[in-house]
Design a protein around this ligand. Structure first.
Ligand SMILES: Cc1ncc(COP(=O)(O)O)c(C=O)c1O
Length: 384
């Protein structure tokens, strides 16, 4: 019999994610949880009613593998402003179990053994393990502080004849940065000249602040042709527990990623797809999100103004980075633990988003929370 202890791990470096670890620590110490990226306020009752309606009406069996056609059609019309050529709901859009499965299926479809995949650090924790499971090699390139911009020299130097894919995350978790259109166009030139693909994680597309605009790869012709954009309804509709998202990619790539999707989940739950198809037809349900979250960001920043933490710019996502360099020189993991246990506020240390554990003495706080949660947390943080 095979013993678990003698089974070699395919992901020896990977443990439980920091999000699970910090949320568990917050629970254990009754701390306010600003660590994990989920709201603590309810979602729209209209959306819940729609799900109830479709369940009661008997829409409870398997959905078609690529997703319910009505939802894919709605997504295609939502995407219309991005590009003069319309998006083909049948051949370019696939509904997935959250952005997580969309990213996993995409990476496993595109990456072949020994392919190199460029990952820009700090990076969301899923990318590198998914590349490794596909047999590829993640090549990490650090973004430049203070605004987490791309260092184009470093990026080009990191490329080799084996490079196949570049993964970007825009708006960026944890950095809170966004990619200006000119940077995306520069990326397009680079990937065309080197014949690469792009995977663009855009789950925070509707959370962009200070009058700035989100630019999707789908709006840049050369990137639309050689890219996969990944989105999340969980993030957009305050329903992270529903795990529903989608990918948009040219037909040849969609065909390949669906081959993985059909054997990971086959299809996503039917009543929620039907409910979101209806709900999505009203753009007010997502167009006001930036204003909604900017108010929360500004409130959190105001409440923290008298603290010893120093904020970095947060131009997108619902995360605010804070430097604690003026408070302590402890490593960031230790600082986050200490603050949770001794001061009752959980955050995420940024070094975990770096392959080399780079510690800039930064913590990530999620401000996608109720006013009272933010007030209580800031009161505690101001005492540190
Ligand atoms: C950058 C990024 N990508 C992907 C995901 C996963 O999205 P989903 O919950 O839809 O799987 C998250 C969730 O926190 C995220 O922050």
């Amino acid at each position: 019999m095979i013993q678990a202890s003698t089974t070699p791990s395919k992901l020896p470096q990977v443990g439980t994610t920091i999000f699970t670890e910090m949320s568990a620590l917050a629970l254990e110490h009754s701390a306010i949880n600003l660590s994990q990226g989920f709201p603590d306020f309810p979602l729209d009752a209209q959306l819940i009613d729609l799900v109830k309606y479709y369940m009661t009406e008997g829409h409870n069996q398997y959905a078609p593998m690529p997703g319910v056609p009505a939802l894919r059609k709605q997504i295609a019309s939502k995407l219309k402003p991005y590009h003069a050529d319309p998006f083909d709901a049948d051949q370019e859009i696939t509904i997935t179990s959250g952005a997580t499965e969309g990213l996993f299926a995409t990476i496993n479809a595109l990456v072949h053994p020994l392919d190199e995949v460029i990952i820009l650090d700090p990076s969301y924790d899923l990318y590198a393990p998914a590349v490794v499971l596909a047999g590829g090699n993640p090549i990490h390139v650090e973004l430049e502080l203070p605004d987490f911009s791309i260092n184009w020299d470093k990026l080009e130097k990191a490329m080799s004849p084996r490079t196949r894919v570049v993964i970007i995350n825009n708006p960026n978790n944890p950095a809170g940065s966004i990619l200006p259109r000119a940077e995306l166009e520069r990326l397009a030139e680079l990937v065309v000249s080197k014949d690469l693909m792009v995977i663009s994680d855009e789950v925070y597309e509707h959370m962009v602040y200070d009058g700035l605009q989100h630019h999707s790869i789908l709006s840049v012709p050369d990137l639309r042709d050689r890219g996969v954009a990944v989105f999340s309804f969980g993030k957009t509709f305050h329903a992270t527990g529903w795990k529903i998202g989608y990918t948009v990619a040219p037909p040849n790539i969609t065909k390949e990623l669906r081959k993985v999707h059909q054997f990971v989940t086959f299809s996503v739950n039917t009543p929620i797809q039907l409910a979101i198809a209806d709900y999505l037809s009203d753009p007010d349900h997502y167009q006001g999100l930036s204003v909604f979250f900017q108010e929360k960001r500004d409130m959190f920043l105001n409440l923290m103004a008298t603290s010893r933490f120093k904020p970095l710019p947060s131009r997108g996502t619902y995360f605010q980075l804070m430097s604690y360099a003026d408070i302590s020189d402890r490593p960031d993991r230790e600082m986050a633990h200490w603050m949770t246990v001794e001061h009752g506020v959980a955050s995420i240390p940024i070094s975990v988003f770096y392959q080399n554990g780079r510690d800039h003495k930064l913590l990530r706080f999620c401000f996608g929370k109720n006013t009272s949660t933010l007030q209580e947390a800031a009161k505690k943080l101001c005492k540190i």
